[in-house]
Design a protein around this ligand. Structure first.
Ligand code: FAD
Ligand code: SF4
Length: 506
């Protein structure tokens, strides 16, 4: 360990709480700069074991999901879809790594409200998107999607090839006048790469460390530097401030059951959107009874998690695909031809398997599920949800996290599901089954501590420093003022690289 420890007090220059997409990428970018960086992670390393690839272990037994409970808006407990440990949620993610579209950085009228503008443009983030794509070894092609934003650097690797069933579907969809394109993916499938193209990638940890998760691509390489160290099983409990309330003086942590304090010059909260907002609320003092960095009253508000629907298109032929998630479409992203109202993105899911479906429809016999899953092509329809201030994170009297979230932009989302269903019927898949994601599926949580220029209307500045507390940054999905309708992880990594380059951490 490079940081200093004196019994219960540990000192360092920069303390990063959380080792996921935001925290891990930032630690990597800050290595070898002379400052000591300590990553504080509440979980441990996810074990590499046969269960990594077992649909029953992962989806029925919920082996890697937290057992922690949040409360919904009516005070009912639920178990959120969160994975704590080194690499955070990226250990189980689908490694779909697209950029937001250029339009997502401006104001977008959705028909049910406005998706607000970002304080930075696509062009401000573009070079860092390129760096993040190289860091997370993204495969893709810039040629086929008309919404592809301008790029200064090519994709580091060519697209992951479709298997025959998906190639045939891509031809059919193109014949319908649509523009299917290869999904941008972070898997190590290049010549000589470690990926064996298995059927258990999306939602599963990778037993071979061949997925571009934050442990593999950020934390492990960061730890090669003498400047960076990692404490596992170290849960941050709250942030202490000085009497002015403008500086953090330490982090109280529970390290393997022992209370300790981490003292640093600069602190970075990177515990994901819901937990970071909760940490600021939990760190309230007499001077800041509404929570830290909350002069705007916006801490916890504007929670987004996308409107997501899983869609199974069932056809007469068997679908023998192994790695299905290679195709996506943005044809309805900026409108459906009849209006300019944005509907969202359609992308393949990893191949659904009976063990996974059993969770959603426990009353249907396994044989019937196997029959349906064997003939289906499986999609995710994803629409933007708007940052409603009433969709928010609070704490109850005992400090438990309360997550209130009502869907919005529902008309656009229904149109997206309808457009995708029609395209799949035309492609020869007459039976469509669709199901909205459950309340507790918060994979794409973001937006609880939005960034902006004005301290009255944002919590963080454009470099993710809190407006109110001089030595406190937040570098996870919370900064996003709108979610677009693309998977968020690459955008979080790009912003972390931008912050590392431009912010003054001394
Ligand atoms: C099943 C699933 C599939 C997904 N698929 C995709 C995909 O294909 N593409 C995509 O772009 N995104 C995907 N996502 C979302 C993506 O994983 C997240 O957007 C991303 O990981 C968010 O980064 P983050 O830094 O905000 O949080 P995380 O990556 O979750 O990191 C938060 C870290 O903080 C740690 N932590 C939390 N509380 C504390 C505490 N009190 N003290 C210390 N440490 C703490 C956690 O253990 C974790 O390491 C998926 C998510 C899930 C769950
Ligand atoms: S498809 Fe490749 S990267 Fe994904 S889990 Fe399988 S081996 Fe790992």
């Amino acid at each position: 360990m490079t940081s200093q420890t004196d019994g219960s007090i540990i000192t360092t220059d920069i303390a990063i709480i959380g080792s996921g997409m935001g925290g891990g990428t930032l630690a990597y970018a800050l290595r070898n700069r002379g400052a000591k960086v300590l990553i504080i992670e509440r979980g441990g390393y996810l074990p590499r074991e046969p269960e990594n690839w077992s649909p029953t272990a992962v989806f029925a037994d919920l082996r890697y999901k937290t057992t922690e409970e949040f409360l919904d808006g009516r005070g009912r407990p639920f178990r959120p879809g969160i994975f704590y440990g080194v690499g955070g949620n990226t250990k189980s993610y689908g490694a779909a790594l697209p950029r937001l579209r250029r339009q997502d950085f401006g104001v977008i009228e959705t028909g049910e409200g406005v998706s607000p503008a970002w304080p930075i443009t696509y062009e401000d983030l573009e070079p860092y998107y390129g760096q993040a794509e190289r860091m997370f070894a993204v495969h893709g092609s810039a040629d086929l999607d008309p919404t592809e934003p301008p790029r200064s650097t090519p994709y580091p690797f060519p697209p992951v090839a479709h298997e025959p069933v998906i190639a045939e579907l891509a031809d059919n969809l193109a014949g319908q006048g649509l523009h299917p394109y290869p999904m941008q993916l972070g898997i190590d499938i290049r010549e000589g790469g470690a990926c064996v193209r298995c059927a258990t990638c999306d939602g599963f940890p990778c037993q071979l460390l061949a997925k571009s998760d934050a442990e593999t691509c950020a934390v492990t390489p960061a730890l090669e530097s003498d400047d960076v160290s990692l404490m596992t099983n170290a849960r941050a409990l709250l942030l202490r401030t000085d009497p002015t309330g403008r500086r953090i003086t330490g982090i109280e942590i529970d390290h393997n059951g022992q209370r300790r304090v981490v003292v640093a010059k600069t602190y970075v909260l990177a515990t994901s959107a819901i937990n970071s907002a909760a940490m600021l609320l939990r760190s309230a003092t007499d001077r800041h009874p509404r929570g830290l960095a909350n002069s705007s009253g916006l801490v916890g508000r504007g929670l987004m998690k996308h409107q997501n629907t899983a869609l199974m298109a069932v056809g007469p032929k068997r679908n023998p695909v192994v790695f299905q998630k290679t195709l996506a479409m943005n044809d309805w992203y900026l409108g459906d031809g009849k209006s300019h109202l944005p509907l969202g993105n359609a992308q393949m899911l990893g191949k659904l398997q009976p063990g996974m479906l059993a969770m959603s429809v426990p009353f249907v016999p396994q044989r019937a599920l196997a029959e349906v899953a064997g003939r289906s092509i499986d999609w995710l329809a994803m629409s933007e949800d708007l940052p409603d201030p009433d969709n928010r994170v609070t704490l109850d009297a005992s400090g438990r996290i309360v997550m209130r979230w009502q869907p919005n932009n529902t008309i656009g989302h229904k149109k997206l599901v309808k457009a995708l269903s029609s395209a799949m019927r035309r492609a020869g898949y007459p039976l469509i089954q669709s199901r909205a994601f459950d309340y507790g599926m918060i994979a794409h949580q973001c937006g609880t501590l939005r960034f902006g220029d004005d301290p009255a209307t944002s919590v963080l500045d454009p470099l993710c420093r809190t407006h109110d507390v001089d030595n406190l940054y937040v570098m996870d999905a919370s900064f996003m003022p709108s979610s677009g309708a693309q998977n968020p992880a690459l955008t979080i990594a790009a912003q972390a690289l931008r912050v590392a380059e431009k912010a003054n951490f001394n």
